[in-house]
Design a protein. Sequence first.
Length: 308
Amino acid sequence: MRKPVIIDCDPGHDDAIALLLAFANDKLDVKAVTTVAGNQTIEKTFNNALKVLSFAGINTVVSKGAEKPLLRDLITAPEVHGDSGLDGPELPPPNFKPSSKNAVETIMEVINESNEKITIIPTGPLTNIATVLLSNPEIKAKIERIVLMGGSMIGGNWTPAAEFNILVDPEAASIVFNSGVPITMCGLDVTHKAQIYKEEVEEIRNIGNKVAIMVAELLDFYGKFHERFGFKGMPLHDPVAVAYVIDPTIVTTQSFYVEIEIKGEFTNGCTVVDYYDVLKKPKNVEVVLDIDRERFIKMLYDAMRKYN
C-alpha cells in the first residue's frame, strides 16, 4: 500500500528535488501538488512546479495557491533561488495544463474523496494549509499527519531567530501548529545535517539521464548561496520532509511543545520549542533532530536513477 500524500510547495531548488524524490518512490502516492508564494511569487513557484514535473514526464494535479501570507506582505528569497525561483538549468515550458481548482479546493477535494487518511507535506509557507484548516475544521480528522519543512530550535536562517518558511507566514504556522493535527517539524536542526557534497552532486550528474543532469545543474546554482556560510556542502531542506514520509527510520525525533512567535520585535516567526518542558504543556510537535545522511543521499541517488 502506497501512502497517499499531497505536496504543498514553493519551488525553489530544494522543493523541486523534493518533488522528484516523492514521485520516484514507490512508497508514496502523490495525489496532488499545490503551490504557494514563498521562495518567489506565486506565478513563478506555480510555473516552476509545472516545468519541473513536465520535464520529468510527470502529469499530475497541480493547483495554484495563496499569492501572499494571511496578514503580511510577501517575503521572497531571490538571493537563494534567483529571479525565476529556479535559476540554473534552462527548462522548457510545461507540456500539461494545471488544475482549474485552486490549492485549497484541491486539498479539500483530495482529502474528502480519499478512503484513507492523507499525509500533507508542506515545504513552503503554511498559508494554504492554514486556510484549509480554518475553512473546514472537520477535515482534520481525515489528515494522517502534516510533515513540514520549517522552523528550528537552533536559531534562524533568515533572521537570527526565524527560519524562512515560518517567518514568511507566522500566523499560518501558528494555526497549523495549534490545529491538533499530528505535526512533524523538519527544521534547520536536521536539514543543516542533510547536506549534499560537491562530489555527490557529480555522482548525480553521472547518472546521466536528463532529470539527474537537471538536478545537478540546480544544485550547481543552489550551492553558490551556501558557500558564503561555510557549509561543507549544501543543505537539502525540503527533501528531508519527503524522506521522513518514505522512511521514518532514516531520522531521529523527539516530541516537544512548540509555539510560534507572532508579535516579537526580534523573534517574529521563531518556533519556540519547550526543550526542557518548562511549561508542562501537551507536546504538539514531533521535532526531527538528526538524519542518517548516507542513507538519505542514497535515497536521492535511487530516485534519480528511476528517471531512466
